[in-house]
Each structure stands twice: as structure tokens, then as C-alpha cells.
Design a protein around this ligand. Structure first.
Ligand code: RB5
Length: 148
């Protein structure tokens, strides 16, 4: 069960490869009473993943979270992490979902629809949104992300 103890505002976007999984995750989060803002696409016609990663990444702030889905998750994570406020993590299982939040204070979850099945994806979403950043030594490390 997803607990809304981090944020209740989630931005979501995908490319054509991630479209079906986006719909599934969106419905799941809406049922859990999250406010989900869909940045498209709105059908599964072929699109370019950088366009949709950018649409979402530019809207990320300290008061919301994001989910991006493409075929592998790789392209979306590369693009999203070019934005200063984004800490995007490409996650494949429950353990990395938990650690992405606890250690990296990740605010954008990236999934690969061709490498992560629906059940696993929902497990990942569930854990990502209920896990808190541990702060402490991890805050010092996260603060160093932008020093490049
Ligand atoms: C689209 O075919 C595919 O390249 C895209 O979804 C993603 O996997 C890119 O990283």
C-alpha cells in the first residue's frame, strides 16, 4: 500500500514504449489519491523520449516528484539528470527503489517498460513513494551533486 508521506503531487511522462505502463501506474496512483499530472504522450504513437523527459524535468521542484518511463529507462534518465533540480534514478527492483530514496533523495523515478514487468513496476512505485531520505551523511553527498 502506497503511503502518501513524501508528496501527493506526482508528474508522469513516457514515450511510446512506456505509454501502456504509464497508464497502469497513473491509474494505480490515482486510486491511492495522489494528484497525478500527466505530461503525455496521450496515445502510443511514436515520439522522441527526450521531448517528454524535458517536459517533465523542467517542472520538477522541491514540492513534487516525477515518474518517467521509456523502453529501457536509460534515455529518459540521461536527459532528466541534465536538469539541476532533478535527481533521477533508473530503478529495476525493490531494493534499488528503497536505496534511491534513502541514500540519493531521488525525486524522479525512471522505469524501463521493456525490462520491468507490471507487477515489479508497481512494487517499485510503492516502495519509492513510501521511503524517506535518511539525511545525515547522505545530505552532504547529495549537496555535492551540482558541483560540476
Ligand atoms: C524507443 O524505441 C527507445 O529507444 C526508448 O524507449 C528508450 O529505451 C531509450 O532509451
Amino acid at each position: 500500500m502506497v503511503k502518501k508521506n513524501i508528496t501527493n503531487s506526482v508528474l508522469i511522462s513516457s514515450d511510446h514504449a512506456g505509454y501502456d505502463l504509464k497508464q497502469i501506474i497513473k491509474n494505480y496512483l490515482c486510486k491511492k489519491k495522489f494528484k497525478v499530472l500527466d505530461y503525455g504522450p496521450f496515445d502510443n504513437s511514436s515520439v522522441d523520449y527526450p521531448d517528454y523527459a524535458k517536459k517533465l524535468a523542467k517542472k520538477i521542484s522541491s514540492s513534487n516528484f516525477g515518474i518517467l518511463i521509456c523502453g529501457t529507462g536509460i534515455g529518459m534518465s540521461i536527459v532528466a539528470n541534465r536538469y539541476k533540480k532533478v535527481r533521477a534514478s533508473l530503478v529495476f527492483n525493490a531494493k534499488t527503489a528503497k536505496l534511491a530514496r534513502e541514500h540519493n533523495n531521488s525525486n524522479v523515478l525512471v522505469l524501463g517498460s521493456r525490462v520491468t514487468n507490471k507487477i515489479n513496476a508497481l512494487k517499485i512505485v510503492n516502495i519509492f513513494f513510501k521511503t524517506k531520505f535518511l539525511k545525515g551523511r547522505h545530505s552532504r553527498r547529495v549537496k555535492k551533486f551540482n558541483n560540476v
